[in-house]
Design a protein around this ligand. Structure first.
Ligand code: C2E
Ligand code: MG
Ligand code: MG
Length: 650
């Protein structure tokens, strides 16, 4: 009566999956638990299907109550398997586990109703009956396919509703196993004598295994530690974060050590480290986040100091990989996870960022990360993202601040100042993103983009009519050290046909530390036709002697010494300005915020004046609009607060 052709191979494949799954490290997460439940339930269902079908065929020689019980158990397992698939979909979509009891009851209601109908069958004959002629379907037999289709339908609706939670490939796989199950139910109705449902369930399980459950997707190739994908998955579940803590640690100077010891030896070393940690801390979860970064998670109240000292103690000994001993050291970062409400990739990038920071400090002790520090790091990461986006999409903004003549009090030049916008459209101050651009090596692209914007402005506006004789462009210390700088800047000028003497490059005092290299670089810039100005003079680095050595044409006094002079009026600054002018430099005073400062600095001989007294930095459009009909020597006084809405930074 029954055909068992599909059952035996299904059983064999299920056992292989189970063995494979058990012998690899497994993350104790909801999805894995749901998958294990599914496999066990499927095995039980297949066995009961086999047993009940055989019992049906041999009902004449077996006691009828036994045949009935086997059928009852099979139908119950069949329905339970339907629910297991549904729970797996819920786990995949990471739906909230804290559903109200009413919602839970509602979601299980069809299942419970079906199970009750099955349970009542030995008495009522609702789903099946067993008599001396054997097995017969009951009038409510169709409750089984109805229940299956109901949960498949709800599953598909949930997939559509939460489709954004899954990557494209994962979504396709999820739809695929729903469709396979639907096809299985259809085939079961069309060919009732074949036990095909088990085969289709196996196909669905295989799709789930290959797409989501293959342990290799979550384990590093450096040993039995979980990878970043597993960490993201684990952090995604708020239940895991509650009451947990993570100890991040990184191999100091990992890249240098890797190139010193060689890749294959370092990989062996990493394997040794991972197996040491797994053996030493079996009750914690170990994640290897690449680049020599590890994360160990465990309960908040564990003795984390002891954990650290065990790790530090081991790292004081060499790691013997291949023929050499590797001496490595680590830095730590510790973070409580309970209070973190940022997405998991935010936590991971924060951790990696903090490890990177900790790695560059000389203090090997752990860095504890309170909430404020995390927020700050989160902000830094956001700024970095905005910066990358602005550089990639060529959308960095450049504002202009006028520089006035100290004698005519008319606009004479302007300084270009880079501006970045965050996701909410607020401006980010250069003090926050220039150091980041220097750190991740993007300062050259930033500088080139600023120069391009300035060239386009010069090309598209009659800057002479605005009263501008040149525009100042800032160079950061790192940018100055790039030997390709003079060439790339000249190329940009020729691309736009802008004469080099319209650009004055501002170099900060800080750049002057590497004297020899800087001198050569400046000579090249001069040969290209640029004028050079020393920015922020008086903020701490250069002395008068050094200044004379360099081919600057102009000195910009830092606003701190201008403000000091306004407060104390000691004779030093007037003497300095006089000396500079005698040496042939022109002098610009920065930070002129009111008429008193303007008068005082003009009186001691400053050639140019710059500050909020004249204008805050303005967007290029606003600047062009304001100064298009220049000739007005006294532009309106704009109080400093206005920067926050015209050109303000945060
Ligand atoms: P800086 O070159 O010394 O620029 C002058 C800074 O002082 C600007 O700040 C300007 O908004 C501000 N400022 C001007 N007048 C006044 C005033 O009267 N009172 C006060 N309190 N501040 C005034 P900003 O735009 O935030 O720039 C800060 C620094 O960032 C700049 O200092 C410069 O070193 C750097 N920077 C800006 N744009 C660029 C760029 O494109 N490339 C590089 N490498 N650095 C840049
Ligand atoms: Mg400047
Ligand atoms: Mg300055």
């Amino acid at each position: 009566m029954w055909n068992f052709d599909f059952v035996y191979p299904s059983m064999a494949v299920l056992f292989i999956l189970l063995v494979y799954f058990f012998f690899r490290p497994m993350l104790p997460n909801r999805m894995n638990k749901a998958f294990l439940n599914l496999i066990f339930t499927d095995i039980a269902t297949v066995l009961l299907d086999l047993a009940s079908s055989m019992a049906d065929e041999n009902h004449t020689i077996l006691p009828l109550p036994l045949v009935s019980v086997l059928n009852l158990l099979y139908f119950m397992a069949f329905l339970f398997r339907v629910l297991c698939f549904f729970h797996l979909t819920l786990a995949l979509l990471k739906t909230d586990t804290r559903w109200s009891p009413l919602k839970k009851l509602f979601s299980c209601s069809v299942f419970l109703l079906s199970e009750l109908t099955v349970l009542s069958s030995p008495l009522t004959g609702a789903v099946y009956t067993i008599d001396s002629l054997g097995y017969h379907r009951g009038p409510l037999y169709d409750i089984l396919p109805v229940c299956s289709f109901f949960y498949l339908f709800v599953g598909i609706c949930l997939l559509i509703r939460h489709r954004k939670k899954l990557r494209r490939g994962a979504l396709v796989s999820a739809f695929a196993y729903h469709l396979i199950l639907a096809a299985g139910n259809g085939a079961r109705i069309l060919f009732p004598q074949y036990l095909v449902m088990n085969f289709f369930c196996l196909l669905a399980i295989l799709v789930i295994f290959l797409s989501f459950e293959n342990p290799d997707l979550y384990i590093t190739d450096r040993g039995p530690a979980f990878n970043t994908r597993a960490f993201t998955d684990w952090l995604d579940d708020p239940m895991h974060r509650r009451g947990s803590r993570v100890l991040g640690f990184a191999i100091r100077n990992y890249n240098d050590e890797r190139s010193m010891y060689g890749g294959s030896q370092m990989d062996k070393g990493l394997r040794l480290i991972i197996s040491f940690l797994v053996k030493q801390f079996p009750e914690f979860l170990l994640f290897y986040l690449r680049g020599g970064n590890f994360a160990l998670t465990g309960p908040e109240n564990a003795d984390w100091n002891a954990v650290r000292s065990i790790i530090s103690g081991r790292f004081q000994l060499p790691w013997q990989a291949e023929s050499a001993d590797m001496n490595l050291s680590v830095t730590y970062v510790e973070m409580g996870l309970t209070e973190q409400d940022v997405p998991s990739d935010g936590i991971i990038s924060t951790l990696l960022y903090a490890l990177d920071e900790a790695g560059s400090s000389t203090d090997t002790e752990q860095v504890l990360m309170p909430k404020e520090a995390l927020k700050e790091i989160g902000r830094q990461i956001e700024i970095k993202r905005c910066l990358d986006r602005a550089l990639d999409h060529d959308s960095l903004e450049v504002f202009l601040q006028p520089i006035y003549s100290g004698t005519t009090r008319a606009i004479h030049a302007a300084e270009a100042l880079a501006r970045l916008r965050d996701d909410d459209g607020r401006l980010i101050a250069p003090g926050m993103f220039i150091p980041l651009a220097e750190k991740n090596g993007r300062i050259n692209r930033l500088g080139e983009q600023v120069l391009r914007r300035v060239c386009i402005f010069i090309k598209t506006h009659d800057i002479r009519a605005m009263g501008l004789h040149w525009i100042n462009v800032n160079l950061s210390p790192l940018q100055c050290m790039q030997s390709s700088l003079p060439g790339s800047f000249s190329d940009i000028l020729s691309e736009y046909g802008v004469p080099a003497d319209l650009i004055h490059l501002e170099i900060t005092e800080e750049s002057m530390i590497n004297y020899m290299k800087q001198a050569r670089q400046m000579e090249k810039l001069l040969q290209c036709g640029f004028h050079l100005a020393l920015d922020d003079y008086g903020s701490g680095f250069s002395n008068l002697h050094q200044v004379m050595e360099y081919p600057f044409s102009s000195i910009k006094l830092d606003m701190s010494i201008v403000w000091d002079y306004i407060r104390n009026r000691d004779p030093l600054l007037p003497a300095l300005v006089r000396a500079f002018r005698q040496m042939g430099f022109t002098v610009t005073a920065e930070g002129i915020e009111n008429r008193e400062m303007e008068e005082a600095m003009a009186a001691i001989g400053c050639d140019y004046l710059q500050g909020y007294c004249y204008s805050v930095p303005l967007s290029m459009e606003a600047f062009a609009e304001k100064y298009s009909f220049s000739g007005d020597p006294q532009a309106d006084f704009v109080p400093p607060q206005q920067e926050s809405h015209t050109s303000g930074t945060i």
